[in-house]
Design a protein around this ligand. Structure first.
Ligand SMILES: *Cc1c(COP(=O)(O)O)cnc(C)c1O
Length: 411
């Protein structure tokens, strides 16, 4: 090797040594830098790529490995995909414009009319509508089952079942399902298990290692981590990502924009320390709320009072995550709502909004926002009362968060 070649090889960081830890992969995994040697990954804002000649162009269009057109792929987007796959312990990932479009791609790529899906009835609201309403129109039928009762999942299996879809923990009650048990159930029936890993992120939970076939992300939340952009992804085996979802994405075009990919790519570098810090603060807030006389109940997996506490601690690296919810006391639903609104409206630091996974803590009233379209009876079935408040904990000092909650909690 000439000195010039050696410099090029070192610049390119073509091969990272094997056995690197997840924290290192989160910072280092990416496409090789350009000839300029930029240390921070480049942002390639280009819709197309100049080809050296017609024959190369023809080959690239047939092989779909090198870059041809940004609906299909883009170097910044690919760096994000490589990094996320490395962090999830998957062979490959495909990025999408939002979390919902990742589920859209999942359904389009995997299912056809006549296929059957089993999904927890406690998943994200738009996920419920996408399976239960939009794709029912195309002959894909979904059975919704209990988040935590494995027997219900088993009883819902049919010969046509192709996909089990789980999200754990759930929003806003933080119910946890057993990923390894669902994977066994799916595989025994010849179906695949997909896990929406938005809430824990690979910093706390790695569903592929527990037997799931695919991981889905709303990159909008913790992967970005600062509430800036929308993004999504599917992660799994190379055969599923490259042969099934790649072609479907190229055709349908729910592609992630390069700028958004760059923001989320840089977000991944701090994911591990953010998740750990936010998770620790959330536990402090949860314990404080649990002792508060105005609070009837706190829902948080790292509390010993959580119904699936042991499972959650095994599955989530001993951490509860950065979202909790709590019921404020109130004798009637109207009084409970009044008390919940008082807590929310008395805050002077927290943001009143319906997002999570931001450095800024966010407080919300699920019964009138994310779950406002359900009837009161449906809400009671899933345990979302008028007194329930959800808190997504960010990176403010934890005492400022509890001080802010204290303003509206009557003792
Ligand atoms: C936000 C969210 C989604 C949808 O992601 P978008 O980027 O908003 O489309 C899906 N699942 C979960 C658990 C979410 O929190």
């Amino acid at each position: 090797m000439s000195a010039g070649d050696e410099e090029a090889a070192r610049l390119a960081r073509a091969e990272l040594p094997s056995g690197l830890r997840p924290e290192t992969l989160a910072v280092r995994t990416a496409m090789a830098p350009s000839q300029h040697g930029e240390n921070s990954e480049g942002l390639f804002l280009t819709s197309t790529y100049v080809q050296p000649d017609a024959a190369t162009s023809a080959r690239r269009f047939s092989e779909m490995q090198d870059f041809t057109y940004s609906r299909t792929s883009n170097p910044t987007v690919r760096s994000f995909e490589m990094r996320l796959a490395a962090m999830e312990g998957g062979e490959a990932a495909v990025a999408t414009s939002t979390g919902m479009s990742a589920i859209l791609l999942l359904i389009m790529g995997l299912l056809k009319s006549g296929d059957h899906v089993i999904c927890s009835r406690s998943v994200f609201g738009s996920t419920l509508s996408l399976f239960g309403k939009e794709f029912a129109k195309f002959g894909v039928e979904t059975t919704f089952v209990s988040q935590t009762d494995l027997a219900e999942w088993r009883a819902a299996l049919r010969p046509a079942t192709k996909l089990l879809f789980a999200e754990t923990p759930t929003n806003p009650l933080t119910d946890v399902c057993d990923i390894a048990a669902l994977a066994d159930l799916a595989h025994g029936a010849g179906a695949l298990l997909t896990v929406d890993n938005t809430y824990c992120s690979p910093a706390l939970q790695r569903p592929l290692a527990l037997g799931a076939d695919l991981v889905m992300h709303a990159g909008t939340k913790f992967l970005d981590g600062q509430g800036r952009v929308m993004a999504g992804a599917l992660c799994g085996s190379r055969s599923l990502i490259v042969d099934v979802f790649g072609p479907a994405l190229r055709t349908a075009g729910m592609t992630l924009a390069p700028f958004n990919a760059w923001v989320v790519l840089k977000g991944l570098e701090t994911l591990n320390i953010r998740m750990k810090a936010q998770s620790e603060s959330t536990l402090t807030v949860a314990r404080w709320l649990e002792r508060h006389p105005a609070v009837a109940r706190v829902h948080y997996p790292a509390l010993a009072s959580h119904p699936q506490h042991d499972l959650a601690m095994r599955q989530q690296s001993g951490q509860g995550g950065a979202v909790l919810s709590f019921d404020v006391r109130g004798d009637t639903p109207d009084q409970a709502r009044e008390a919940a609104f008082r807590v929310i409206d008395s805050t002077r630091v927290l943001s009143i909004a319906t997002n999570l996974g931001d450095t800024k803590s966010i407080i919300t009233h699920p019964a009138t926002t994310s779950h406002g379209r359900l009837t009161e009876v449906q809400r009671q079935q899933v345990g979302i009362g008028q007194g329930l408040v959800r808190l997504a904990v960010g990176l403010e000092h934890v005492d400022d968060i509890t001080d802010d909650l204290q303003r509206g909690l009557l003792s």
